[in-house]
Design a protein around this ligand. Structure first.
Ligand SMILES: [Zn+2]
Length: 364
């Protein structure tokens, strides 16, 4: 025994009946929902991870995780989704050309259909992180998801904004990596590649620019996702064991998603990747176009040290407050960054109660 936390463990959630619910998307991918149930309740919660992470973000055994928190405060039927961005599946490491439109059009409608088979017409509340949040909101605002009671979005929602350095990486990264270096995906474990290989060299080069800690995977994740030392979180907000296993929680990622995010950053809000793509003709070209018709309650969360999507949710709150007055709330989390509101050692004290209070206000 090494004392290492096993990957994909369910040990972080106690006293719940656990069941798995595989389902397929319209374009032929197998995905999964994991249900944690303590008792029947009127308000069901679905948690949605971001790119290259997984449902593990919400059920980590080393801290009081979000699923356990929700189960303990009266939301006794919680579902965790693993969609095509999940590192529990091979899709992120395969050659592909998926966009966020594919996820909005195929993954969430299929997931909610599968949930509804079991929970019927009960209220469904969603808590989503990062590109899971952006793509879920695209699905909702694109008219693909009727009857969602509330959505809580961490870090970003419908107006992705990034720093100048991140914008440069989003724009130049895919062509430089794919055509000059021959790399079609980035892996936080690159520095562990055999010496003198291309992947090893990139990992070492990135680590030379990151002296803030000794975890090479943490350096690579900063390079992949933001601008900062580190970019994804405040080191002080993490338990050491979480920091050291960050590559278990956030794994490798294909570069094509960056192209769609870059397009949305340039547009200032969520837009379709290719309006000529007939597979997605049922989605709007502009995802804010029909916002006024939506009745879902929205909570936008952001750390005030967010070095991945900077002030995206502050700007989104401003825009949605005009488009759908009275439906959108904003919570700024002092001392937090992008990912630590979910995986931080004190998130159960600093962050989760704010989500719980919002959900209880919607569960009337
Ligand atoms: Zn670090």
């Amino acid at each position: 025994m090494t004392g290492r936390i096993p990957r994909y463990t369910l040990d972080g959630v106690k006293d719940a009946e656990v069941s798995t619910h595989p389902f397929a998307t319209e374009d032929g991918l197998g995905l999964n929902l994991t249900r944690f149930r303590r008792a029947e309740c009127d308000d069901v919660v679905l948690v949605v991870h971001g790119l290259t992470s997984s449902s593990d973000l919400f059920i980590m055994p080393e801290h009081r995780n979000l699923v356990s928190y929700l189960l303990g405060c009266g939301f006794t039927d919680v579902w965790a989704l693993d969609f095509r961005m999940s590192n529990r599946f091979p899709y992120d490491g395969e050659t592909h050309r998926y966009t966020l439109d594919d996820i909005a059009d195929y993954d969430y409608p299929a997931a909610i259909r599968e949930m509804r088979r079991h929970v019927g017409g009960r209220r469904v509340h969603v808590i989503a992180h990062c590109l899971g949040s952006l793509s879920f909101m695209m699905s909702l605002f694109g008219g693909r998801l009727p009857e969602i009671a509330s959505v809580t979005c961490n870090s970003v929602a419908l107006t992705p904004r990034v720093s100048t350095w991140s914008r440069l990486k989003l724009t130049c990264g895919p062509p430089v990596l794919e055509y000059l270096l021959g790399i079609s995906f980035l892996d936080p474990r690159f520095a562990a590649s055999p010496m003198m290989t291309r992947d090893w060299a990139l990992g070492r080069l990135v680590s030379m620019a990151h002296r803030e800690c000794r975890v090479s995977e943490c350096h690579m994740l900063s390079f992949m996702w933001g601008s900062g030392h580190p970019a994804m979180y405040e080191h002080d907000n993490l338990l050491p064991v979480t920091h050291e296993r960050m590559a278990d929680l956030c794994s490798s990622c294909g570069t094509n998603y960056y192209r769609h995010v870059a397009k949305m950053v340039r547009a200032g809000h969520a837009v379709k990747y290719d309006p000529r793509d007939r597979r997605h003709s049922d989605l709007p070209d502009d995802y804010l176009a029909n916002a006024a018709e939506l009745s879902t309650a929205i909570l936008l969360l952001t750390g005030d040290h967010n070095r991945v999507f900077t002030d995206s949710n502050i700007v989104c709150h401003r825009r949605l407050s005009k488009l759908m007055p009275g439906r959108c709330e904003l919570e700024i989390l002092p001392g937090y960054g992008h990912l630590d509101p979910i995986v931080g050692k004190d998130a159960h004290q600093d962050v989760f109660p704010r989500i719980g209070q919002f959900l209880k206000r919607q569960a009337i």
